[in-house]
Design a protein. Sequence first.
Length: 184
Amino acid sequence: MVGGGTVAERKVQGLLEAKANVLVVSPSLTEALRLWALNGVLTHVPRTFQDADVEGCALVIAATDRVEVNAHVARAGCRRGIWVNVVDRPDMCDFIAPAVVSRGVLQIAISTGGNSPALAKRLREGLEALIGPEYGELADVLGAMRAAVRYREEPSEVWRAMFQRVIEASGLPLLADVTTVEFL
């Protein structure tokens, strides 16, 4: 990660949740990034970016507020065949990171193909309000049921019907059942 501001913090949080080893190159850090560095959760290099900083990285994210620094990071990664994401610049990216709603094993990814991170964020926030932790809990129950019946002899239609009944019995509304969507 090149950058130590709030955008970098959000991106780092997602990387940490994915169990990535994170290196942050930035002269300054947000309070959360600073605490993660102090606690050994990530490695901080307290200076401006240098080409060699991308060595050994699987991917690089440029999240500074300086266009020339972000372009420098993109070139350094590209020269070494490392995937690069430049925040808010899809034309400089090898990959785009979607906005994600996570509820345990349940994950919903939202992407605008880099056209509007603000819209993706707004949709994520709205879905987070609609989809609570109980959906993740239901996914866990259904996963345990699926593991228990996976090798049974009954036809798969029987199991599909049973899973559908469990979902219906949960009382959790489908998004299509939500009558007022106020997040847009």
